[in-house]
Design a protein around this ligand. Structure first.
Ligand SMILES: Cc1ncc(COP(=O)(O)O)c(C=O)c1O
Length: 413
């Protein structure tokens, strides 16, 4: 088993720094021998890992292709242009900036491009699935802008569109943000565009979660509606850890300048090359089939969890993501997550709309990359419920998890 799947670097690392190589091997073993249900994670391909562990990690490249502050950028310029062209073609966007170091950096740059400190912004409130960058007081967003939160309907868990319109009319925000860390349904981008137009606001879609589904044609695209689309490249999209911004030509220069030099320094060229690889992979029919299977799996998982007595937010999912309240099984989300971790089932807690205690957030991106399908999702839901109820001991559950994942190695030898 290699440490990083880039064999030339793996062997060198094992020889030169066995202590660190051991940690990397241990992490690979953890990922392969437990069940990865964190909605924001995936297994990127060996080709993506190879680009990350390549000579491009050595290169300084402040600026943009053809206009760098450093010499020797001829080849990394080609790599970045390739990433940009692939992103534009994959998402049908007029402009792509692939330099954002993360999803948060992409959102920061979008705000920097469109807003001034003190501007009012409408976004999904954090208790309903908004991200930290959507107005948390612990984040630059909450400190530098005046966020007005909208919520979800208490009964259905669906975004409260009437409230969005009412708040927009009352506050006349400079920007409206749509996007979430935990909303399992498609976002009605046409509706948000209409409201933004009515009040003269920019529309920023933070599509960090669904962008991979968009790439595979399994979710609606925000690109035709939003002024700026922010995204991550490491979730369903299955690329390296990083961010990306898509926009129309008229905002291209503002967005680029908001990334560099306003909020970032040198571009991480190895990551940009890995993004190019991932965009290439995501343009294939195999990836489209994968994206649709991710959703099919999540739907079965949501239904099976509901059958087991968990209360599934919105009653199901349109995406890779399921959130559920395990209270009827006798525990809150935090306790459930602890029991599941001991059983080798790795997932997150999340805020539940209109509930005091936290719930569970699961996703099917990683298990689907491993090749699991509907049958495995039903089995996972049954085992999860048994563990949460305390009916299946963690040692036995761990064995079952090991048997299951043993049949679906993320990186077959
Ligand atoms: C909606 C949304 N925005 C932004 C981010 C931030 O991404 P990162 O962790 O790469 O900064 C996330 C991450 O999960 C997210 O879900």
């Amino acid at each position: 088993m290699s440490v990083t799947h880039a064999p030339q670097t793996a062997d060198v690392l094992a020889r030169q720094d066995p202590e660190l190589a051991e940690i990397l091997l241990g992490e690979l073993d953890r990922q392969s021998s437990t069940l990865q249900l964190i909605a924001a994670e995936n297994f990127c391909s060996p080709a993506v890992l190879a680009a990350l562990g390549s000579s491009l990690a050595n290169k300084y490249a402040e600026g943009y292709p053809g206009a760098r502050h450093h010499g020797g950028c001829e080849l990394v310029d080609v790599a970045e242009r390739l990433a940009v062209e692939r992103a534009k073609s994959l998402f049908g966007a007029e402009h792509a900036n692939v330099q954002s170091h993360s999803g948060s950096s992409a959102v920061l740059a979008a705000y920097a491009a469109l807003l001034r400190p003190g501007d009012t912004v409408l976004a999904l409130g954090l208790p309903y699935g908004g991200h930290l960058t959507h107005g948390s007081p612990a984040n630059f967003s909450g400190r530098w802008f005046d966020f007005v939160p909208y919520g979800v309907d208490a009964e259905t868990g669906i975004i409260d569109h009437d409230q969005v319109r009412t708040l927009a009319r009352a506050h006349r925000p400079k920007a409206i943000v749509c996007g979430s860390i935990a909303y399992p349904r498609h976002i009605d981008y046409a509706f948000f565009r209409e409201v933004a137009d009515e009040v003269g606001a920019y529309l920023i879609a933070d599509a960090a979660h669904p962008i991979g589904l968009v790439a595979g044609g399994a979710a609606p695209s925000p690109v035709p509606y939003a002024d700026v689309v922010c995204a991550t490249t490491h979730k369903v999209l299955r690329g390296p850890r990083g961010g990306m911004i898509l926009c129309g030509s008229e905002l291209a220069e503002r967005v680029d300048r908001a990334v560099f030099p306003f909020t970032q320094g040198g571009a991480q060229m190895h990551t940009i090359a890995a993004k190019a690889v991932a965009f290439g992979e995501a343009a294939t029919p195999a990836f489209a089939a994968y994206a649709h299977q991710v959703v099919a799996n999540a739907r079965v998982l949501a239904a099976a969890l509901a059958d087991e007595g968990l209360v599934v937010t919105t009653g199901g999912t349109d995406t890779h993501l399921v959130t559920a309240d395990p209270a009827l099984l006798g525990v809150d989300g935090r306790t459930a997550r602890g029991r599941l971790a001991a059983a080798g089932m790795v997932l997150d807690c999340c805020a539940l709309p209109h509930a005091d205690l936290r719930g569970l957030r699961l996703g099917t991106a990683a298990v689907t990359t491993q090749g699991m399908a509907e049958k495995e999702m039903a089995g996972i839901a049954a085992l999860l419920a048994g563990v949460v109820r305390g009916e299946v001991e963690s040692a036995r559950a761990r064995e079952e998890v090991r048997d299951l994942v043993g049949g679906f190695p993320p990186y077959p030898a």
